[in-house]
Design a protein around this ligand. Structure first.
Ligand SMILES: *[C@@H]1O[C@H](CO)[C@@H](O)[C@H](O)[C@H]1NC(C)=O
Ligand SMILES: *[C@@H]1O[C@H](CO)[C@@H](O)[C@H](O)[C@H]1NC(C)=O
Length: 368
C-alpha cells in the first residue's frame, strides 16, 4: 500500500486544485453582465427578426425557421440570425421587431431592422433614417408612458446604457449594381451612404446613446442569387468564384466605414464605437468552407435548379416548386441571399471572439 505516500498525496492535491480552478473559471462565452442588457438594432435582412412581416404583412413561410423555431418567424434563415446569437450571449431575450404590436415586450430593446432596407433614398420605408425616426418615437413614447406611471419602460438611463447596433449598407451597393450602375458610379455613391450612417449615429448620440456596435458589409458578390443573376464570365470572378466588382465595392465601403468610426470616436469622446469586420468573417467561411464542415459555399440550401447555385428568381425558397436540402447544417447559404443558422452561429462566435473588432471590446461591454 503506497497510496498515502507524500508523492501520491501531492499528486491528488494538484488534481483537485486543477479541477477546482476549472470549476471556478467562467465559461468563455458566459456573459458577466451586471445590469440588464438593452439593445437597439438598425439594419436590413441580415438582422430583421420579423419586421417585414409585422410591418408590411408580407408572408415568409416554411421552410423558413425550420431548424430552430420550428415555424417561420419572419427571419430570412432556417433559424437564428447573428443578432439572435449575440442576444443569447448576454442572456437577453430575442429582440422583438419594433412594428410587432401583438405580444411584444420592449423592456430589453427593439429591433428596427427590416428586410430590403438601405440608407438611400431617405424617408421611404424602411430606410435607415426612417428606422432612426421610429427609434425617436419609441423613446418619446417610453418617456410619456413612464411619466404616466407605466412600469417596465426603458428610461433615460436605459437609453444611455443601451447598445446600438447598426448593420446596413449591403442593399445600397447591391441595389446600385442591380440598377446597372457602373462600378465607378457605385463607388461614387459610397460617401453618401456613409453620411447617412454618420447621421444615424449622431442622432442617436444626441438622444443619449453612447455605445455603438457597427457591422461592416459582407462579400455579397459570393451570394448565389447574385451569381445566378449576373451569370459572370470567369474573368469577373475572384479565386473563390465570387463576383470581383461586387466584393471590391464592399471593400471600398468597409474602408470608408472604418474611417468613419475612427472619425466618430474622436468626435464623440464620451462614446464607445466598435467596428466589426463581418466581411473577413464571411469571406473566410466561404473560402475555407470545408474546414468549417460546409459543402458548396456558393449554392443555396433552399431554392431551385440544383448546382452550381440552386437559385432561380422565379422559384425562390418558401414558394411552390422550391426545395430545401436535407441538411441545412452543411450549407452556408440558406435561400440564395441569406445565411443558414449553422453559418450564423459560427459567425456570431467569431464576432464574440473580439478578433474582428476595433477596438477589441467584449460584446457585453455595454452591460457593465
Ligand atoms: C482560410 O484559412 C486560412 C487558415 O486559417 C487563412 O490563413 C486564410 O486567410 C483563410 N482564407 C480567407 C480567404 O479568409
Ligand atoms: C422568370 O419569369 C419571367 C416572367 O414570367 C420570365 O420572363 C423569365 O424568363 C423567367 N426566368 C426564368 C429563369 O425562368
Amino acid at each position: 500500500m503506497q497510496m498515502d505516500s507524500p508523492k501520491s498525496v501531492s499528486l491528488i492535491l494538484s488534481y483537485i486544485t486543477i479541477i477546482i480552478s476549472l470549476l471556478l473559471l467562467p465559461h468563455s462565452t458566459e456573459s458577466l453582465c451586471t445590469s440588464k442588457p438593452i439593445i437597439f438594432n438598425f439594419g436590413d435582412s441580415n438582422s430583421d427578426t420579423g419586421g417585414l412581416v409585422a410591418g408590411l404583412g408580407y408572408s415568409v413561410t416554411s421552410p423558413y425557421g425550420r431548424t430552430f423555431f420550428g415555424r417561420s418567424t419572419g427571419r430570412l434563415s432556417d433559424g437564428r440570425l447573428i443578432i439572435d446569437f449575440l442576444c443569447q450571449s448576454v442572456k437577453s431575450s430575442f429582440l422583438p421587431p419594433y412594428m410587432e404590436s401583438l405580444g411584444s415586450k420592449f423592456s430589453n430593446g427593439a429591433n428596427f431592422a427590416v428586410v430590403g432596407s438601405s440608407t438611400l433614398p431617405k424617408f421611404v420605408p424602411f430606410a435607415l433614417n426612417v428606422q432612426v425616426m421610429q427609434f425617436l418615437h419609441f423613446k418619446s413614447r417610453s418617456n410619456d408612458l413612464l411619466a404616466s406611471g407605466s412600469k417596465a419602460m426603458i428610461n433615460d438611463d436605459g437609453f444611455q446604457r443601451a447598445l446600438y447596433i447598426i448593420d446596413i449598407g449591403q442593399n445600397d451597393l447591391a441595389d446600385a449594381f442591380a440598377n446597372k450602375y457602373s462600378y465607378a458610379r457605385v463607388i461614387k455613391r459610397i460617401p453618401l451612404v456613409l453620411a447617412e450612417i454618420k447621421n444615424a449615429i449622431k442622432t442617436i448620440h444626441d438622444n443619449g446613446g453612447r455605445k455603438f456596435w457597427v457591422h461592416n458589409t459582407g462579400p455579397f458578390g459570393c451570394l448565389p442569387q447574385k451569381l445566378w443573376l449576373v451569370q459572370p464570365s470567369s474573368r469577373d470572378l475572384d479565386s473563390h468564384g465570387c463576383i470581383s466588382t461586387y466584393n471590391s465595392a464592399a471593400k471600398v465601403f468597409n474602408e470608408g466605414l472604418r474611417h468613419l468610426c475612427t472619425e466618430l470616436r474622436s468626435e464623440l469622446k464620451d462614446s464607445t464605437i466598435v467596428y466589426v469586420d463581418i466581411y473577413t468573417i464571411k469571406y473566410d467561411l466561404i473560402a475555407n468552407a470545408s474546414k468549417y464542415g460546409f459543402t458548396s459555399p456558393l449554392m443555396a440550401c433552399c431554392g431551385f435548379g440544383g448546382p452550381p447555385f440552386n437559385y432561380n428568381i422565379n422559384i425562390t425558397c418558401g414558394h411552390g416548386g422550391a426545395q430545401a436540402c436535407n441538411q441545412g447544417s452543411r450549407f452556408i447559404n440558406w435561400d440564395g441571399t441569406h445565411f443558414t443558422e449553422a453559418a450564423n452561429s459560427i459567425m456570431a462566435s467569431k464576432i464574440l471572439s473580439q478578433q474582428y473588432s476595433t477596438p477589441r471590446v467584449p460584446f457585453d461591454f455595454f452591460c457593465h
